[in-house]
Design a protein around this ligand. Structure first.
Ligand code: HEC
Ligand code: HEC
Ligand code: HEC
Ligand code: HEC
Ligand code: HEC
Length: 475
């Protein structure tokens, strides 16, 4: 049975022509064409804006839209079109259209031009997608993407990074480094992370250490290498105490940075651990790598040694793996560096942002900073008032006498708090502790994990804690 399609104009068209023009009558087809057209147009605008360095691209969401959402939209629209055509075709078949008409006939001029049209459009689409894909790949490697698109999740890391010595270095230089293998691994783990964010199943706080981190020697040594370090480095530590808020105690130490000594041609000092022909490895029994049961060392003269601490017990269900020591075992916070409340308050006192003449302000500043606010907003709103209130309890006259100074101190504390604490992602003071030095020794962090005089070799020798090994004797 044939359809009774009597309209002369319609009959002129081939069956393919019907299907294609019929697309316009199927809602799905119109939707597909519309989505594709809008996506391509916006994408091209976004691409031009980005390549010409327009200020719009200061906004990372513009990048996310151009390089991730719109290409997705374009592909989705493109897929809808053949689906719509397929349904249309079925409709025609249902009406009993002759199958012959549906065959592609290349000697038919109309068929040829439709085919050429489709090919041209495909080439254009593929070209656009390639350019967008290339730019999009750079975009997903940019600190913006890492820090801002996963906005809430990595805000602490991004904030700390921005104020560090590495703030001009892209996240990927440390987190991925050169080479295709790690690139692929990073993108795969990135996909998992995006999935964790979308399903809201990521850990809060993000756990440290990062166990899949690429060995630091592949990344850090792109820019720093042990041969380059030498000599000593002076470092000044300034402390106050609650009893003495006005006079700083200054501790100067000369750190034996070490590295290659050009005179003796030997490696020495702190960077000896990562120098040529030296390998220090260790077996930790917890995920934080704070409980070290055994330490092995290969020295440049070829001798080897193993130091064991007997009273360390493996925690149930924890993995035990030997790890070769690298930069991160000391520089675990090279860029995501958080302050401690004492540091913040003492810096405030030394820089006069906190007026040390106000009795009790050091102690009360510490109390306010470490108070458990439920959110950053709450801290922002209440901190100045809480500080004033604590001081009033000490002496009702203080707020009147030092009103402006107290307000200034409070505002400084708010700023410090906002740079270090995120109750929403469970990042508090001291969540991320540092290995550099021994200020966290009681929690198992720092040099004294090994340099504790308790790891012994067969001859009963230990890894020394002699103060003069690492820095000149402090006074
Ligand atoms: C100078 C190198 C460097 C740069 C640049 C860098 N990171 Fe890191 N990052 C590290 C190291 C090293 C660790 C691992 C610390 C550990 O294992 O204890 C880390 C850890 C992290 C963690 C896990 C949480 C933590 O604090 O340990 C996150 C999340 C993170 N980085 C995100 C970023 C983002 C986002 C950027 C860019 C905005 C960035 N990083 C830039 C070196 C870097
Ligand atoms: C792309 C190059 C680059 C990479 C990769 C890199 N750094 Fe740096 N690093 C720098 C620059 C630049 C500085 C700043 C020097 C300055 O301020 O004088 C710096 C400074 C430092 C400092 C001194 C910090 C300070 O506060 O003065 C340390 C420590 C450091 N880097 C360790 C690391 C570690 C550990 C890694 C690997 C996780 C690493 N860097 C990766 C370029 C790099
Ligand atoms: C045994 C621990 C340890 C290891 C391992 C280690 N460092 Fe250091 N590094 C230190 C200490 C301690 C300092 C001085 C810290 C300070 O300035 O506060 C330092 C300082 C530095 C500095 C600053 C030097 C300067 O003159 O200011 C850089 C850069 C650096 N390290 C990079 C690296 C790199 C890259 C690696 C890995 C190849 C590495 N370190 C391995 C402990 C270590
Ligand atoms: C994983 C264990 C471990 C950690 C952590 C560690 N060390 Fe060591 N360190 C060793 C071992 C092992 C030796 C060599 C002992 C020996 O040869 O008898 C050593 C030797 C040294 C030496 C002497 C190097 C020379 O010239 O021969 C210095 C200096 C040193 N460490 C400083 C540090 C500092 C500073 C830190 C912390 C930032 C630190 N170490 C963290 C294991 C460690
Ligand atoms: C294994 C190496 C090592 C040994 C041993 C060591 N220190 Fe340190 N110490 C460090 C490092 C590294 C720093 C610098 C930390 C930093 O840059 O923040 C430091 C910093 C210090 C500071 C300044 C920190 C501050 O907040 O005032 C003092 C004081 C100090 N050490 C005292 C000692 C004393 C006392 C001994 C001997 C019992 C000793 N250290 C043994 C590595 C060591």
């Amino acid at each position: 049975m044939k359809t009774q399609d009597n309209e002369p104009t319609e009959q002129h068209k081939s069956a393919w022509g019907h299907i294609i023009s019929g697309l316009w009558r199927s809602p799905l087809g119109v939707l597909g064409v519309a989505i594709t057209t809008i996506s391509i147009t916006l994408m091209i605008i976004g691409l031009i804006a980005d390549l010409s360095g327009a200020a719009l691209f200061e906004n990372p969401y513009a990048g996310a839209a151009t390089y991730l959402v719109l290409p997705g939209g374009m592909l989705f629209g493109l897929v809808l079109i053949p689906i719509a055509a397929y349904f249309r075709r079925r409709q025609w078949l249902q009406f009993g259209l002759d199958m012959e008409h549906l065959k592609l006939n290349l000697s038919d001029k109309k068929h040829r031009s439709v085919l050429i049209g489709i090919l041209v459009l495909t080439v254009i689409n593929v070209t656009i997608l390639t350019v967008v894909g290339y730019e999009g790949y750079h975009f997903t490697d940019s600190p913006y993407f890492c820090g801002m698109v996963c906005h809430q999740v990595m805000e602490p890391e991004y904030t700390a990074y921005k104020r560090s010595a590495h703030s001009r270095i892209p996240c990927v230089d440390c987190h991925i480094g050169p080479g295709a293998q790690w690139f692929v691994r990073a993108k795969l783990s990135g996909l998992r992370q995006v999935a964790a964010v979308v399903t809201d199943s990521y850990s809060r706080p993000i756990p440290a250490p990062v166990h899949e981190l690429r060995p630091a020697r592949d990344t850090c040594e792109q820019c720093h290498w042990p041969e380059k370090f030498h000599g000593k480095k002076m470092k000044t530590f300034t402390h106050f105490s609650n009893d003495n808020q006005e006079e700083a105690q200054i501790q100067e130490i000369a750190l034996h940075i070490g590295g290659h000594n050009p005179e003796t041609d030997r490696f020495e000092g702190i960077h000896w651990h990562v120098s040529e022909d030296v390998e220090v490895s260790y077996l930790a029994v917890d995920r934080e790598r704070t409980k070290i049961a055994k330490v092995r060392v290969k020295r440049p003269d070829g001798t080897e040694d193993e130091f064991v601490k007997n009273d360390i017990e493996a925690e149930e269900g924890e993995e035990h793996e030997w790890r070769v020591m690298d930069c991160i075992d000391c520089h675990n916070r090279p860029t995501h560096i958080y302050d401690m409340p004492e540091e913040v308050v003492d810096f405030g006192l030394v820089s006069k942002k906190i007026n040390g003449e106000i009795p009790g302000i050091r102690e009360d500043s510490l109390n306010v900073l470490t108070k458990e606010y439920l959110s950053r907003e709450e801290a922002k709103e209440n901190m100045v008032r809480d500080l004033t209130e604590l001081l009033r309890q000490r002496d009702p006259n203080l707020p009147a006498r030092f009103g402006d100074d107290i307000k200034r101190a409070g505002e400084y504390l708010v700023e410090a708090y906002l740079g270090n604490v995120w109750p929403e992602t469970k990042v508090f003071w001291g969540t991320y502790k540092e290995h550099l030095g021994h200020q966290w020794a009681d929690d198992g962090y720092g040099c004294w994990r090994c340099h504790d005089e308790e790891h012994e070799n067969e001859d009963g020798e230990t890894i020394t804690q002699d103060c003069a090994l690492c820095h000149d004797e402090p006074e």
